[in-house]
Write a protein that binds this ligand. Structure first.
Ligand code: PMV
Length: 325
């Protein structure tokens, strides 16, 4: 039995679209920050049962969700030469499928716990590759801090690497506009965008360019440029989705109201840049020292919205002798 903990990550330069659906090889690189809150704790126990089983927050998983977990476990069995099935118990502290990347933390924790349970090395690069098979963005939660998922071209070459940030400590403020399950999963949203959006090729080329510019900004601790590139990548990703048939619209009028307010806050001289994923929630990149001011400012404007905040956290790690409660 092995237990691992991992935390969600929020992409600054986004991932949207795969060139290989089975191996989850992305069309572009992406860059994220790993949060220090909202952990997922996952225990993998080998069993002598006939099939793999899994539960999330006490509810048995089936169909697609279980299928993705089995895909990860099958790879670990292949690598270890073992045939035992497993029971997976996972507990998370973030609303599932609300655009807050709970699947990223979940699959990173699963990858690390499964490698350990089957007696394999839990080298973070291996965790990253394996987590990728469950959910692309999970490959980035293997590491803490700022993380670069290098798209690569096959299973061996597509993994995340940690980046060094020498600037002021970063943080995220999260405007939780909805905790509801998203209507279109990122997996099918990506497929629809690739198959029907005339903007998709432009998204791919321009986003890969943003990755290079963001790496330069990180290298020179330039938070202002990194924030602007974050907003650009976010809008270009959503533009590619809006071009799909039928259009994919994850952002609501309220998301845009928060995005507008973030811009006003910035014009007042504070550091704040917005981003959003496959859901209406808006995440605001800022300095750790500005979190309170920004949260107060947004709460004043949107008293009915719940604002959460998080500093930057560490990568997936094993917990000795512990089991999910
Ligand atoms: O890995 P998935 O299938 O959860 O896709 C994540 C896609 C976005 O969250 C929208 C962007 C990203 O890079 O995390």
């Amino acid at each position: 039995m092995s237990t691992a903990i991992a935390q969600p990550n929020i992409a600054l330069i986004k991932y949207w679209g795969k060139v290989d659906e089975d191996l989850i090889i992305p069309a572009t690189d992406s860059i994220s920050v790993t949060l220090d809150g909202f952990p997922t704790t996952t225990t993998v126990t080998l069993t002598d049962g006939p099939t793999d089983t899994a539960e999330l927050n006490g509810t048995e998983l089936h169909a697609d969700e279980l299928g993705r977990i089995i895909q990860v476990l099958d790879r670990v069995r292949h690598l270890s030469g073992m045939t035992a099935r497993a029971h997976v118990r996972s507990v998370n502290t973030i609303p599932t499928a609300a655009g807050l990347a709970s699947s990223a933390a979940g699959f990173a924790a699963l990858a690390m716990a499964a490698l350990d349970a089957y007696g394999l090395d839990t080298d973070r690069r291996d965790v990253s590759r394996l987590a990728r098979l469950g959910s692309g963005s999970a490959s980035r939660s293997a590491y803490g801090g700022l993380v670069h998922w290098q798209r690569g071209s096959d299973d061996r070459s597509s993994y995340a690497v940690p980046l060094e940030w020498r600037g002021d400590p970063l943080a995220l403020v999260i405007a939780q506009l909805s905790a509801a399950r998203k209507k279109v999963s990122s997996r099918s949203g990506m497929t629809r965008t690739i198959e029907t959006s005339p903007f998709y090729p432009g998204w791919v080329t321009s986003n890969q360019e943003l990755v290079h510019r963001a790496l330069d900004a990180i290298e020179s601790s330039d938070l202002g440029t990194l924030g602007e590139l974050t907003e650009l990548s976010t809008m270009r990703m959503h533009a590619s989705m809006l071009g799909a048939e039928p259009p994919l619209r994850y952002l609501t009028a309220e998301s845009f109201a928060v995005i507008d307010e973030v811009q006003r806050i910035r014009e007042e001289g504070l550091t704040a840049y917005s981003t959003a994923d496959a859901g209406p929630n808006v995440k605001i990149l800022t300095r750790l020292s500005d979190v309170q001011t920004i949260t107060d400012r947004l709460t004043e404007e949107f008293p009915h919205i719940r604002f959460l905040s998080s500093g930057i956290g560490q990568g997936a790690h094993l917990v000795a002798g512990a089991e999910v409660a």
